[in-house]
Design a protein around this ligand. Structure first.
Ligand code: PLP
Length: 415
């Protein structure tokens, strides 16, 4: 069972901001003391560079850094820890694949496929790649509920066979939408995509999934998976690109420089083996080191408890919002599938005004297009309000949100 009152005590931000109602964890999650402690431990005790010092401090830093790789590999069920590459986050991970593999395998008239609900990080790199290589950029639509039209039983005429062809080189999809909370049935989609085209490369943006559900890369059978530490209680500035070993082997390096080489000669340079081939320069050592503490926290709480807690909150939040605002609220996303997100608009009120007035009550939500302009265009709206829930939220937070929204409506409609 998740007890937010106890969990809150592990997040110092609540001690330092006593009235805080934080409903923006889909943007970035809060940081627990154990992660902060590990960050400080690194800087206070072994702040050396990794893999470059024949002395104890550097050896300790290297061991702590590499331990995170082991923890992450097991967390996502990677076959081998060398398939786990440290990056700055989801954005860098996806750009890495678009650059280092995309530019190698995508040719003129090939196809690159994404969906309209993607975060810009999993949309723009593929759009630009397709433009540069003269490939066709295909965008899978959603229905009005926010479910991909290719998903079976959603009464759409479109199927994956209409989208994926033998010319499709890359399919890049989010596991969970950062706006609608739609959970894409990736396992079935990937299986079907591989039946149509066995050579397809599948890239999964798992930024919104990893803190909320078990992600198993072998079970999904994707080629790449990208996520960020900061959305799962870890430090800002560290992220993961997981890739199937064979795929990573065939890719160009992403950046050139220190630690990613094998031999440098005036005539020619050869590159290090995995994972170092993709980890040029000095990484964000403290962030990577502390990342494992966040994973351990999630594992200690357990995904079934986390999911139950978040689903209960989202269900209640949706029901209460609908009950109080009725026809004056539009809630977006699938009705029967609850992730940790409630995205909405109050009729006639601009999301930025709403968020700003909520802030006066110490309620933090996100307002804007949430880096999903194509999705907002699909719904014919410029922006929306998003409340996202996590392990430290409880029903008091829903109450504070609703009270704040009622005040905002009153002020804005009488302005
Ligand atoms: N993909 C999704 C679904 C996201 O929600 C986000 C961040 O909001 C990203 C990608 C980008 O993550 P980052 O900014 O950590 O690189």
């Amino acid at each position: 069972m998740i007890d937010p009152k106890i969990i809150k005590k592990e997040f110092p931000v609540f001690k330092n901001n006593s009235n805080l109602v934080y409903l923006d964890s889909a943007n970035t999650s809060l940081t627990p003391q154990i992660v902060i402690h590990k960050l400080v431990e690194y800087y206070e005790n072994y702040p050396a560079n990794i893999k470059r010092g024949i002395y104890s401090l550097s050896e300790r830093a290297t061991a702590e850094f590499e331990e995170t790789r082991k923890v992450i590999a097991s967390f996502i069920n990677a076959k081998n820890k060398k398939e786990v590459i440290f990056t700055r986050g989801t954005t860098e991970s996806i750009n890495l694949v678009a650059y280092s593999l995309g530019r190698k395998i995508v040719n003129e008239n090939d196809e690159v496929v994404v969906s309209v609900l993607e975060h810009h990080s999993n949309f723009v790199p593929w759009q630009v790649l397709a433009q540069e290589m003269g490939a066709v950029f295909k965008v899978i639509d959603i229905n009005d509920e926010g479910i991909l039209t290719i998903v079976k039983d959603n009464s759409s005429e479109v199927s994956l066979d209409d989208v994926i062809t033998k010319k499709t080189k890359i399919l890049a999809l989010a596991y969970i939408s950062n706006v609608l909370g739609t959970v894409n049935p990736l396992k079935e989609i990937i299986k079907k995509a591989r039946q149509i085209n066995p050579h397809i490369v599948v890239v999964v943006d798992a930024a919104q999934a990893v803190a909320h559900r078990q992600v198993d890369v072998q079970d999904l059978d994707c080629d790449f998976l990208a996520f960020s530490a900061h959305k799962m209680f870890g430090p800002k500035g560290a992220g993961i690109l997981w890739g199937k070993e064979q795929r990573l082997e065939e890719m160009f390096p992403f950046q050139y420089g220190g630690e990613m080489i094998e031999q440098v000669k005036i005539e020619k340079t050869t590159f290090a083996k995995l994972p170092e081939k993709f980890e040029a320069g000095t990484p964000s050592i403290a962030d990577v080191t502390a990342f494992k503490e966040a994973v351990k926290l999630i594992q200690k709480l357990g995904f079934s408890n986390i999911q139950k807690h978040e689903k209960d909150l989202v269900k209640k939040a949706r029901a209460q919002l609908l009950h109080i605002f009725g026809k004056d609220i539009n809630i977006y996303g699938p009705q029967n599938e609850f992730s940790s997100i409630v995205t909405f608009n109050l009729k006639g009120l601009h999301p930025h005004d709403v968020a700003s007035l909520l802030n006066d009550k110490h309620v933090c939500i996100r307002a804007g297009h949430h880096c999903t302009m194509p999705l907002h265009t699909r719904f014919g709206i410029p922006a929306s309000c998003r409340a996202s829930f996590s392990i430290y939220n409880n029903e008091d937070d829903i109450e504070a949100l609703i009270k704040g929204l009622l005040t905002a409506r009153k002020l804005l409609t009488h302005a």
